[in-house]
Design a protein around this ligand. Structure first.
Ligand SMILES: [Zn+2]
Length: 415
C-alpha cells in the first residue's frame, strides 16, 4: 500500500510541475500579432501596471485551479487507504443503530477532515484575490461565508448521500437509476429555492437603487418581454471589485441579478449591454437547457459510478478497506469518482455554456444596437477582473464557461 501511496504522490507532483511549466513557460497569453494595437489588444485599454497584474493574477489563479482539483481526490484516496474511512464508519456505528444517524455522523467527520485539509488552499486563493484587490471582503466576513458554505454543503450533500446509500442497500444493481430519478425533482426544487432561500444567506438582494437606470433597464426588459419585478441588484461591493450579472432561479423565482459593482464602475450603455445579455439568457431559457443537460449527464455519471465502484471494490477491497459498495466507508470512493467524472465532463459543459454565452452576446447586440458599448464592456470586464483576454487552450478548455474576451470582441465585430 505504501508503494501505491508513493506513486500517487509522485504522479501528483509531476502533474503539478507540468501545469506550472505549461502556464509559465510553454504558453503565453498575448494576442495574435495581427490584432496588435486594435480594440482587442489589452495594451490599448490597460496601463502597464494593470497589464502586469492581470498577467500575474491570471497565471496564479490558473495554477491554483489545476493544482487544487486533484488535491481533493488525493485526500479521498488517502482517507481510504490509511483506514481512516473505516475508523469513521466504526465510530458512527458504535454511536447509533439508525443508518441515517450513522451516515450523518460519518459524513460530518469526513466533511470536516476534507475541509480542514483543503482550507490552506482556499485561504491562499482568498489571500491572492485580496492582494490583487479583486476580493475586498475582510477576513472575518470570508470566514463567515466559509463556515456557512460548510454547513449548507453538508446538509445538501447529506440528503443526497443518505438517499443514495439507502438505495444501494436495497437495490444493489439499480440504485443508480432510482437515484437519478429522484435527482430530477430534487434539482428542480433546489433551483427554485436558490434565489429566495440560499443566495440571501450570503448577500442582500433588492430592486435597483438607481431609479433612472432602472427605468431604462425595465424599458429594455419590456422589449424583451421580461416581467419588471424580476430584476434585482445585489450588494457585492462588500466582497469584490469584479463585475458580474446573472440569471438564476426557475418559474416564479426566476430573476436577473446585477452586482452593484457593475453599477458603480460601468457607463450606462455598458450596463444596458450587460443587462441585454442576461435578458438573452432569460428569453432563450438557457437555465432550462442547462438543467436538461445536467439531468442527462447525471444519468451517465451515476451509471458510471455504479460500474466503477463495483469493479474497484471487488478488485481492491483490501487496500481500500471497503468490503461492500454499500458500506459507509466507501463514500470517499463515491465522492472521488464524482469529482473525477465532473472534471472530465467540464470541457463538454463549458462548451455548451460558451455557445449559450455567444448567443446571449448576439442577442444583446441586436437589442441594444450598440456595438461600441459591447466592446467597451468586455474591455472593462478584463480590466476590473484582471482577466486575461486570450488564455492558454487548457485553461479555456477546463475553466472557461464564457468565450474568451478576445473571441467575444472579435465575433461582435464580425456580426
Ligand atoms: Zn452570460
Amino acid at each position: 500500500m505504501r508503494k501505491r501511496l508513493t506513486t500517487a504522490v509522485i504522479v501528483y507532483f509531476i502533474y503539478g510541475v507540468f501545469i506550472y511549466l505549461y502556464l509559465y513557460f510553454l504558453t503565453d497569453n498575448t494576442i495574435p500579432s495581427n490584432y496588435e494595437g486594435t480594440a482587442v489588444d489589452p495594451k490599448t485599454f490597460m496601463n502597464a501596471r494593470e497589464l502586469m497584474l492581470s498577467e500575474e493574477y491570471s497565471k496564479i489563479k490558473n495554477l491554483l485551479f489545476f493544482i487544487g482539483i486533484p488535491l481533493e481526490w488525493f485526500i479521498f484516496f488517502l482517507v481510504l487507504t490509511i483506514g481512516l474511512s473505516k475508523k469513521f464508519q466504526q465510530w458512527a456505528q458504535s454511536a447509533s443503530k439508525l443508518p441515517v444517524v450513522q451516515m450523518a455522523l460519518y459524513f460530518f467527520w469526513l466533511s470536516l477532515l476534507v475541509t480542514i485539509l483543503t482550507w490552506p488552499f482556499d485561504w491562499l486563493s482568498y489571500k491572492i484575490s485580496s492582494d490583487y484587490q479583486i476580493t475586498t471582503q475582510p477576513f472575518n466576513g470570508w470566514i463567515r461565508d466559509q463556515v456557512m458554505d460548510f454547513f449548507i454543503n453538508y446538509v445538501l450533500m447529506l440528503i443526497i448521500v443518505a438517499v443514495i446509500y439507502s438505495l444501494m442497500r436495497k437495490f444493489e444493481k439499480r440504485w443508480w437509476f432510482f437515484a437519478w430519478l429522484l435527482s430530477i425533482p430534487f434539482t428542480l426544487f433546489l433551483m427554485f429555492l436558490q434565489p429566495v432561500v440560499i443566495d440571501p444567506l450570503y448577500n442582500d438582494f433588492y430592486p435597483l437603487k438607481d431609479k433612472i437606470l432602472e427605468e431604462k433597464i425595465l424599458d429594455l426588459a419590456e422589449q424583451a418581454n421580461i416581467p419588471a419585478d424580476h430584476v434585482y441588484e445585489v450588494d457585492m461591493s462588500k466582497k469584490t471589485n469584479a463585475l458580474n450579472a446573472y440569471v438564476t432561479g426557475i418559474g416564479p423565482n426566476s430573476r436577473i441579478v446585477l452586482w452593484d459593482t457593475t453599477l458603480t464602475k460601468l457607463e450606462e450603455d455598458e450596463i444596458l449591454f450587460i443587462m441585454a445579455h442576461e435578458m438573452g439568457h432569460y428569453v432563450m431559457k438557457h437555465i432550462y437547457v442547462g438543467i436538461f443537460g445536467y439531468v442527462l449527464l447525471s444519468f451517465v455519471g451515476l451509471y458510471l459510478i455504479h460500474r466503477f465502484m463495483n469493479i474497484i471494490v471487488q478488485r481492491w477491497s483490501n487496500e481500500l478497506k471497503v468490503t461492500n459498495v454499500s458500506d459507509l466507508s466507501s463514500l470517499p470512493l463515491f465522492l472521488m469518482l464524482l469529482g473525477m467524472l465532473s472534471f472530465a465532463a467540464s470541457p463538454l459543459t463549458n462548451t455548451v455554456s460558451r455557445v449559450q454565452e455567444k448567443k446571449a452576446d448576439l442577442y444583446a447586440i441586436e437589442l441594444t444596437e450598440n456595438e461600441e458599448a459591447a466592446v467597451e464592456t468586455f474591455q472593462d470586464l478584463a480590466k476590473y477582473g484582471l482577466s486575461e483576454v486570450n488564455p492558454p487552450s487548457l485553461v479555456k478548455f477546463f475553466r472557461y464557461d464564457h468565450p474568451t474576451l478576445l473571441e467575444r470582441m472579435l465575433y461582435l465585430k464580425e456580426e
